[in-house]
Design a protein around this ligand. Structure first.
Ligand SMILES: NC(=O)c1ccc[n+]([C@@H]2O[C@H](COP(=O)([O-])OP(=O)(O)OC[C@H]3O[C@@H](n4cnc5c(N)ncnc54)[C@H](OP(=O)(O)O)[C@@H]3O)[C@@H](O)[C@H]2O)c1
Length: 475
């Protein structure tokens, strides 16, 4: 029997869909720890392009050499357990692919451990959820470049297409580069979702709109610069009625958001890298605060909130909010790309930011018109920071008056704006040539003799801050 081009371990929702996607063009063998899952899957999707095995050795033997075996199981320890079980059955030169949301530190470790033993390890971020896995995800691969050309035909046959019909996959680099980019992608997803939630909350509480009315506004946004998958799915979410057919389902969903950890990883990494990733970090905090439902219930009874009194007529506010969301998203992307740049320098990756924007144009959760803007911007200015690219600066400057107005009006009316306000603050600070850190330096020098630099003289200085005290050049 002809052997399969690739094998896949893990047949939960993502594995099943990616296996079905691959089987359209390549023969694939599948295996799942719980055998009945494999049997049920084969019964449902019987095809001569799908080979199912319930014995791990038979599964490995059914894949053509040098083997490519993808793992799509729960991230963390389970991936290491699967690798441990696989290695004795593989030959040197075989490649293990990790399609799950593994932490990039684990990917770097696995790449090294497997290379030392003569195997290749490829960590490939796959975004797009269940639907993307079946019909075309955005794929972010990283690993040994020598095997990339061998993997490429399979990846290009299953991934989504960008706005120009190109493939939403590109080789990103060695040592966890793929999963790093996927992690930042997920962080950006957190920020965008939170800004949209803030828009929803403002329209609900300040203007008293019901979800159906907000859906009409989001539908309008979907025809403009905010056009995106996340706005697209929000329209049916907002319009969905409960079982009675009368009430909106959204009004009955508990306001506690879950998280699997990739936003937190991105925020933690930004602290390690020394990059001010405030929007994504605030989005993680917003989910944390959302989970503190009991405390919020108690505290809400202790403090009076102003009754929202927005002076701006709704018709105008809708236009202003569109600008605020657009500007907030641009700032969040600017921060995300700063993190990618810092990591590239730190880890020796040679990221192509136009390519990263391009592969996010299709298939993934953050796919949006804005990515085409970023793709074009980085295409002309490959190594620039987003905020210094003229087209981005113009878009931001045009949106800025409304961005400031929306944040100001929301804050003065007691609306919590984790991400929109932090995006604006970040923008204001990053475009401030003279900030307030001279004051901090004065305090640090007073209590800890931490010294300071001066704008009028060379050298390192320390002052005796009491009246008449000396100001001394220490270096
Ligand atoms: N769901 C999404 O939208 C999405 C999107 C992008 C990426 N991802 C990532 O894709 C991966 C798969 O996600 P998923 O939602 O399809 O599945 P999942 O719920 O994360 O994991 C379930 C799968 O892992 C297997 N598994 C768990 N522990 C195992 C172990 N110790 N040894 C062997 N197999 C083990 C399970 O096998 P049994 O059937 O035997 O329990 C099952 O096949 C994850 O890393 C996830 O983070 C998910």
């Amino acid at each position: 029997m002809e052997k399969s081009s690739i094998g896949l371990i893990g047949l939960a929702v993502m594995g099943q869909n990616i296996a079905r996607n691959i089987s359209r063009n390549h023969k694939i063998s599948v295996y799942n720890r719980t055998a009945s899952v494999t049997e049920d899957f084969l019964k449902e999707y019987e095809s001569n392009m799908l080979v199912g095995e319930t014995d791990l050795k038979a599964f490995v033997d059914s894949v053509a050499s040098p083997r490519k075996i993808a793992i799509m199981v729960k991230a963390g320890k389970p991936v290491d357990m699967v690798i441990e079980g696989l290695l004795p059955l593989l030959d040197k030169g075989d490649t293990i692919l990790d399609f799950g949301n593994s932490n990039y530190h684990d990917v770097i470790r696995r790449e090294k451990e497997l290379a030392d033993k003569g195997f290749n390890f490829f960590g490939c971020g796959v975004s797009g959820g269940e639907e993307g896995a079946l019909n075309g995800p955005s794929m972010m691969p990283g690993g040994n470049k020598a095997v990339w050309e061998d993997l490429r035909p399979i990846f290009e046959s299953i991934c989504a297409e960008d706005f120009d019909g190109g493939k939403c996959v590109t080789y990103l680099g060695e040592n966890g580069a793929g999963l790093y980019v996927k992690m930042v992608h997920n962080g950006i997803e957190y920020g965008v979702m939170q800004m949209m939630a803030e828009a929803y909350e403002t329209l609900t509480h300040a203007y008293g709109l019901n979800p159906g009315e907000i859906a009409d506004i989001f539908e309008k946004y979907q025809t403009g610069k905010l056009q995106s998958y996340l706005f697209e799915i929000s329209i049916p979410i907002l319009r969905k009625k409960d079982e009675s057919g009368k009430d909106f389902l959204l009004d009955k969903i508990l306001d506690k958001a879950g998280q699997k950890g990739t936003g937190r990883w991105t925020a933690l990494d930004s602290l390690d890298q020394g990059v001010a990733l405030s929007v994504i970090t605030e989005a993680v905090f917003a989910r944390t605060v959302s989970s503190m439902k009991d405390k919020r219930e108690v505290f809400s009874k202790l403090y009076d909130k102003p009754k929202p009194n927005f002076e701006t007529p709704l018709e105008d506010f809708i236009v202003e909010l569109e600008d605020a969301l657009y500007a907030g998203m641009l700032v969040s992307y600017a921060q995300g790309f700063l993190l990618l740049k810092s990591a590239a320098e730190d880890k020796g990756w040679d990221f192509d930011y136009a390519e990263i924007s391009r592969i996010w144009e299709g298939g993934c959760i953050i796919r949006a018109k804005i990515l085409s803007t970023l793709h074009t911007a980085f295409g002309k200015n490959p190594q620039a920071d987003l905020l210094e690219i003229p087209e981005i600066a113009k878009d931001l400057s045009d949106s800025l008056p409304n961005f400031r107005k929306v944040v100001g009006e929301c804050m003065s009316n007691g609306m919590p704006l984790f991400c929109l306000s932090s995006a604006l603050t970040s923008f204001e600070a990053m475009t401030n040539a003279r900030g307030s850190a001279n004051f901090i330096q004065g305090q640090r020098d007073f209590f800890g003799a931490h010294t300071f630099l001066r704008t009028d003289k060379e050298g390192v200085w320390h002052a005796d801050w009491h009246e008449g005290g000396a100001i001394t050049k220490v270096k």
